[in-house]
Structures are given as structure tokens and as C-alpha cells.
Write a protein that binds this ligand. Structure first.
Ligand code: F6R
Length: 360
């Protein structure tokens, strides 16, 4: 049950330190710089020339995060929306196709992975449900171990998918001639182990709840970010539209000026995702929007100065640059939740949506 919570969604957001501990448990050894995934062995990527990740909705955003992280480790990976993974996409025996699906039952994702299998690709699934259709059909199921998710809006499973994909990225990097530089791998794995504590620190603050009250009368909510933060910008917008019913869109930071800027008015709030680095592209595009009256809410690590660009800010703990986006995502989950709550929306069961979409 929901216990002391009014909604499963908040319970599930709050459970992320615990669910991520389970995702990681026994799989990382920062001192040895090692990742162990039950189903996988060394040399799995031998003969693989390209990795395709296929998924829908929130799982697609996790797949985008995962492919970007793999690219950073030198792995040629691309994320595809399962519905667009048609026969026009070149797939052969040198392809590894990874289905990312919480339920393991999404019809569009199953169609995509079956198509890849038919063309001779190796197949793997990143899923939450043991014994699900996808787990039974692929060569290699890898479980995210997030526990059952009741809220229709996916929260804890996104985080566990992203972390599982980052473990896969580390595992595959071993098979590449150049690999991940060793010192960095140890730092990354150590940061991954600290992630549950960082999330707990974030959950213990009330920033997102307070901030949500200031934006209830806005006409549109945009979310912008670059690279890893782009996937979270899309996820932030999806979550926001699903449960608040307000107009929300995610854009790559640099894309704002190529059209969407025409929509920006003083009635627009723009959640601006900043990394620990200079984030020049995101800052300059946010400044452009601010000059047109937009309210800029930055989501940035504690140590980052946002005074020149932010009207308001949400803070996240400092961590490894590859994990900043996952903390930002949790602030955005909270913003969506508290906004929907103030607007008295039916948070756990939004209109027109089902937890698992088993039709094409
Ligand atoms: C959004 C959401 C959906 C699912 C999508 C895929 O909050 O839950 O967008 O992510 O329908 O579902 P799975 O991961 O079960 O394949």
C-alpha cells in the first residue's frame, strides 16, 4: 500500500535511495574498478559493431541517457523510439539491440526487438519484470531490480534503468581496445555507490515543493538541456505533461533558437538543466529566452554559480559529471508531483494513460 503517503508516485520517488541500492548491489566494485552483471560475460561485445537501444516513453529517455553514456565510453550506440525502429534501419549480425522496458510487455518495444532478432542481431533486455515477455524472448535479460511500480508515471524505474545502462556501458567498455581510462572508471563507480546518499540528501530538502507554488499560473513549461541533460529535459517535460495536464515541452538547449523561441513569453517557465562544467550552450540559450521575458529556473549542482541566468534555482548535490542529470531528474519528478498536487490532478492514474501499453 501507500502507507503514510497520499500517492504512490511520491512514495516511489522517495524510495529511490533504496531501489537504487538494490540496482547496484553486488554489481560494482570501485576499488577493483569492476562491474559484474549476472547475465553477462567478458567478450560479449566481440563482433558487435553497433549498439541500438529501443524503447518507448520514459524508457526511451533512459535509453537516450544510456546511449549517450556509451558514446562517452567510445561505444557506438544510438537510441531509437521503438515505433520508429522500422525495417529502414540497417540491422545485421554485427548489431546488438537492447530493449529498455520497465514492464517487458510494451507492444511497440516487443515488435522492435523481434524485428532485430529476425535480422540476426544479438538481443538483450533491460527490464524490471522477471518472467515478462521481453525477458523470455531475448538472449540476455538484465534486471533493474527497482521493485514493483504502481504509479502510472514512471519514476524510480527510470533511475534504475539509467543506472543499469551505465553498468552495461562500463561492462562493454572493457571489450573495446581503448576502454574507459581506469582512474575515471574508479571515480565513476565510487560516485555510483554514493548516488543513493546523494539522492537522500536531495529528498530531504523542500526546494521543489516551495518552488512549484510560484509557477501554477504559467501558460507553458519548457525543459532544456544538452547531451545527458537533454534526455532528462525530455523526461522532465513528459512527466510534467502526464500528471499536471499543463503544456510542457523538452528541447535540446541549442534548439530553442531554431523555432521554439517564438513561443516564449513572460508566461513561460523554463527549467534549465546545467552541468558541473561551463554549460555555455545551455546558459546562452537560457539568456536569450530570459531576454524575452521567460522565467528561468536552473537545476544545477550546488557548487555552480547561476546568478547571471537564474530567476530561481533548484539545487542538486555535486557528483560525477555523468550522474548529475539523474539528480536533476529527481528534482524535476518532485516539481511535477507538487505542481500536479496543487492543481488537484489524479496523480497516480492520469486520464487516457495506462501503466503498460500492450497494443500497437
Ligand atoms: C511515462 C511512462 C510511459 C512508459 C512507456 C514504456 O511515465 O510510464 O511513457 O515509460 O509506456 O513502458 P515500459 O517501460 O513498460 O516499456
Amino acid at each position: 500500500g501507500k502507507g503514510a503517503y497520499d500517492h504512490f508516485m511520491l512514495k516511489e520517488i522517495d524510495s529511490q535511495p533504496e531501489s537504487l541500492r538494490k540496482t547496484i548491489q553486488g554489481r560494482v566494485d570501485p576499488e577493483a574498478g569492476e562491474v559484474t552483471l549476472d547475465a553477462l560475460e567478458e567478450g560479449d561485445l566481440e563482433g558487435v559493431e553497433q549498439v541500438h537501444l529501443v524503447a518507448c516513453g520514459t524508457s526511451y529517455h533512459a535509453a537516450m541517457f544510456g546511449s549517450n553514456l556509451m558514446n562517452r565510453r567510445g561505444i557506438p550506440a544510438t537510441a531509437h523510439r521503438a515505433n520508429e525502429y522500422t525495417d529502414t534501419i540497417p540491422v545485421d549480425g554485427d548489431t546488438l539491440t537492447i530493449a529498455v522496458t520497465q514492464s517487458g510487455e510494451t507492444a511497440d518495444t516487443l515488435t522492435a526487438i523481434r524485428r532485430a532478432e529476425k535480422k540476426g542481431a544479438q538481443t538483450l533486455a533491460v527490464t524490471n519484470v522477471i518472467g515478462s515477455t521481453v525477458a523470455r524472448e531475448v538472449e540476455t535479460p538484465v534486471y533493474i531490480r527497482a521493485g514493483p511500480e504502481i504509479g502510472v508515471a514512471a519514476t524510480k524505474t527510470f533511475s534504475s534503468q539509467a543506472v543499469t545502462l551505465s553498468l552495461l556501458a562500463e561492462h562493454f567498455a572493457d571489450d573495446l581496445p581503448q576502454g574507459t581510462p581506469r582512474e575515471d572508471r574508479e571515480e565513476f563507480l565510487a560516485a555510483l555507490e554514493r548516488l543513493p546518499e546523494d539522492i537522500q540528501r536531495l529528498l530531504d530538502t523542500t526546494e521543489a515543493e516551495r518552488l512549484s507554488r510560484h509557477h501554477l499560473d504559467k501558460e507553458a513549461f519548457f525543459f532544456i538541456g544538452h547531451e545527458l541533460n537533454y534526455s532528462v529535459a525530455l523526461e522532465g517535460a513528459l512527466k510534467f505533461k502526464e500528471i499536471t495536464y499543463e503544456h510542457a515541452e523538452g528541447f535540446p538547449s541549442g534548439g530553442l533558437k531554431h523555432g521554439p523561441l517564438a513561443l516564449v513569453t513572460p508566461e513561460t517557465t523554463i527549467f534549465t538543466l546545467l552541468g558541473s562544467g561551463p554549460s555555455t550552450q545551455t546558459r546562452s540559450n537560457a539568456e536569450e529566452a530570459r531576454a524575452r521575458g521567460a522565467n528561468i529556473v536552473t537545476v544545477a549542482p550546488e557548487s555552480v554559480n547561476v546568478d547571471d541566468v537564474a530567476d530561481e534555482r533548484l539545487t542538486i548535490p555535486d557528483t560525477h559529471p555523468d550522474l548529475t542529470s539523474l539528480l536533476a531528474n529527481i528534482q524535476l519528478q518532485l516539481v511535477s508531483y507538487y505542481t500536479a498536487r496543487q492543481l488537484e490532478r489524479p496523480i497516480d492514474k492520469p486520464r487516457n494513460l495506462a501503466k503498460s501499453v500492450t497494443v500497437r
